[in-house]
Design a protein around this ligand. Structure first.
Ligand SMILES: [Zn+2]
Length: 269
């Protein structure tokens, strides 16, 4: 295996402290926001415990509930604003690039979804763990969906604690790994076209290329070769729409349908 580094425990502690201090833009509300996030994390852990004990899946809406939250005590505290704040912090850390393909993120919330690295539908216990959150582009988010792409899925599922950085031996983790040590990309950007070629350098990087980045590369070429389609997609992504609105839901539905359609076409390329 090629040499690579993982984030240190001290750096993780510093990250968590940073998020704790900055998870809401209005400092006067910070304590209440922190308390709310902790309460939601406790719900997620309880749901995980229940599922492990054979109680079945009883709550699949924790993330959506978080988004729709409005504090009964202070209407300025909403889940939407908390999410926006978290998105801004992580996006800045990623230099406004997608955590997987490293293409620039567009300036619309719906075009830069918060990505659960271990999908919250499977790893409910990590739904609100900041270490499990990253920002991706819509293409990577749609392609990754609920895939896990690790042989450690069973082990990761059973524990309520977030896996150590060193446990991600075959899966690229955007928060724990250094991108440049795992993936090398070559990108040509002209006035009208953009072509990206990715090469995996480690087992994690090769895994990411095989499952995700090769598809993104093909998708980019496919869209660039269809100028009418490209223009329509750009128009859709430029739309400003309120989170949770009918317009945003329609855009998300389009993205899923587009992903499914191109998946079939590009598999044959
Ligand atoms: Zn991407």
């Amino acid at each position: 295996m090629a040499g690579f580094n993982t984030i240190s425990k001290a750096a993780i502690r510093a990250l968590l402290e940073k998020y704790h201090r900055n998870c809401f833009s209005d400092g006067a509300c910070l304590a209440d926001v922190q308390q709310y996030i902790q309460s939601m994390a406790a719900h997620a852990i309880a749901e995980h415990t229940l599922r492990l004990s054979g109680g079945g899946i009883t709550n699949t809406s924790l993330w959506n509930n978080f988004h729709d939250y409005v504090s009964p005590a202070n209407s300025k505290i909403t889940g939407k604003l908390i999410k926006n704040c978290i998105r801004e912090i992580i996006e800045k850390e990623q230099s406004n690039q997608c955590c997987y393909c490293r293409r620039p993120l567009l300036n619309n919330a719906h075009a830069k979804p918060i990505e659960h690295i271990l999908p919250h539908s499977i790893f409910v216990q990590h739904t609100f763990n900041i270490l499990n959150l990253s920002i991706s582009c819509v293409d990577c988010n749609a392609k990754k969906s609920n895939h896990v792409w690790t042989s450690h899925e069973g082990k990761f599922r059973r524990t309520r604690h977030y896996p150590a950085a060193t446990a991600f031996t075959d899966m690229y983790h955007p928060r724990f790994h250094r991108y440049d040590e795992h993936v090398r990309f070559f990108r040509v950007h002209s006035n009208t076209h953009c072509i990206s070629i990715y090469t995996g350098l480690t087992s994690q990087g090769k895994n990411l290329c095989k499952n995700l980045l090769t598809h993104i590369s093909k998708l980019e070429i496919f869209v660039n070769a269809n100028s009418e389609l490209k223009n329509h997609i750009e128009t859709i992504h430029e739309q400003e729409c309120k989170p949770g609105s009918a317009a945003e839901l329609a855009i998300q539905a389009f993205q899923v349908a587009f992903q499914e359609a191109t998946e079939t076409i590009l598999e044959e390329v």
